[in-house]
Design a binder for this molecule. Structure first.
Ligand code: EPU
Length: 337
């Protein structure tokens, strides 16, 4: 375990923001992680996974711990199902591809989501009609305070839309070290109802899709709409889609009869924040090295050397404008640090 000084975090966050970590350590096994956590010299710590859901707005004085635990293991299996444990530092998309290769079904719709396995449960990653919670069995997490390992079952995690116990009561208290999933080995449950998947499969000429076809369709949709963080820095959706009451939505419809929505309960609907932002005129706008992506207004981008604080200010301006135009608050999905 070697603590380094003044390390640029640019390669460690998908927004590509260049700030310094005063102290930085990358840990590749549990012992190193425990040793790092038990050092009394650095009382404040920042845990870094894939760096795909954060906006760094300043140099970090805390000890930044890069969780680099690797390994994927089949725990048990029968004719129909397989239980797979993946360590936190595995890249999420590489893990999806590993499953596709083995014909394990469950997370094909979650192809190409940036980030690591260990951070996926924190915000219950989701896309194209599927969420992580649908295949999640449990995760192991190390208590930052006691260094004890705790197993969280699915029922413990309070998964919701981009939400879990790790963003609420247990925020900042644990480091997820591995996640166990249950996948199908045959009779895969295909989720093709999300509109764009159906049309993508059609354009691929596929009528009886396999999970691998779905993965390819999702990759193709994401590549066409979402910027690749390796080319243009970004953190996926910057905002969550807001949930409003049906009454509030009726008011919006009076002025914007084409407003899209998805029903979430008897009295509530979710409005795509991308649509709200597009209506404000921010979509595709570029201000120097930062701006709003041209194909998906939910995504804020860094074209090169943007400062985190510039992107934060832009996000606040967008929030204010959406509030003024629609009387709807949109909340950031990424962590501002
Ligand atoms: N829309 C616009 N303009 C835009 C973007 C979207 O009008 O610039 C409207 C369109 O009506 C479109 C609808 O929004 O039909 C939905 O768009 P999309 O299918 O792209 O989904 P989204 O609601 O904008 C969510 C997730 C994405 C996820 C997709 C697909 C959130 C905050 N975002 O976006 O997740 O990939 O659905 O399931 O829930 C992420 O979290 O980083 C992420 C990319």
């Amino acid at each position: 375990m070697q603590i380094q000084n003044n390390i640029s975090l640019k390669p460690y966050n998908t927004f590509g923001i260049d700030v310094l970590a005063k102290y930085f350590v990358s840990v590749s096994n549990i012992k190193e992680l425990k040793d790092t956590l038990s050092t009394k010299d650095y009382p404040n710590k920042l845990i870094l996974g894939g760096g795909s859901n954060m906006l760094l707005t300043k140099n970090q004085d805390k000890l930044v711990i890069h969780v680099n635990l690797k390994g994927i293991e089949i725990i048990s299996e029968d004719e129909d199902f397989v239980f797979v444990k993946a360590n936190a530092g595995e890249n999420w998309h590489q893990f999806v591809l590993w499953c596709m290769n083995k014909d394990f079904g469950g997370i094909e719709n979650l192809s190409l989501i940036p980030g690591n396995v260990g951070t996926a449960p924190i915000q219950n990653i989701g896309a194209y009609g599927v969420e992580l919670k649908d295949s999640f069995v449990s995760c192991e997490a190390l208590s930052i305070e006691t260094l004890e390992t705790h197993t969280f079952l699915k029922s413990d995690c309070n998964f919701g839309y981009r939400d879990s116990i790790f963003k609420q009561q247990e925020k900042g208290k644990y480091i997820i070290t591995s996640v166990t999933f249950k996948f199908t080995k045959n009779n895969h449950k295909l989720n093709v109802n999300y509109g764009t998947i159906t049309s993508e499969l059609e354009s691929m000429g596929i009528t009886n899709p396999t999970i691998q076809d779905i993965s390819k369709a999702v990759i193709s949709i994401r590549e066409s709409k979402l910027p690749n963080p390796k080319e243009i820095g970004n953190s996926g959706s910057f905002f969550k889609n807001p949930v409003v009451s049906k009454n509030e939505f009726e008011t919006i419809l009076q002025n914007f009869p084409d407003a899209p929505s998805y029903s979430v309960s008897e009295n509530e609907v979710k409005i795509p924040a991308g649509w709200l932002i597009e209506k404000t005129g921010f979509k595709g706008k570029r201000f120097g090295d930062y701006g709003v992506h041209k194909n998906q207004a939910l995504v804020l981008v860094n074209y090169g050397n943007a400062k985190g604080s510039d992107i934060l200010n832009l996000s606040k301006l967008i929030q204010k404008t959406v509030l003024r135009l629609f009387n709807v608050s949109i909340e950031a999905e990424v962590n501002i640090l």
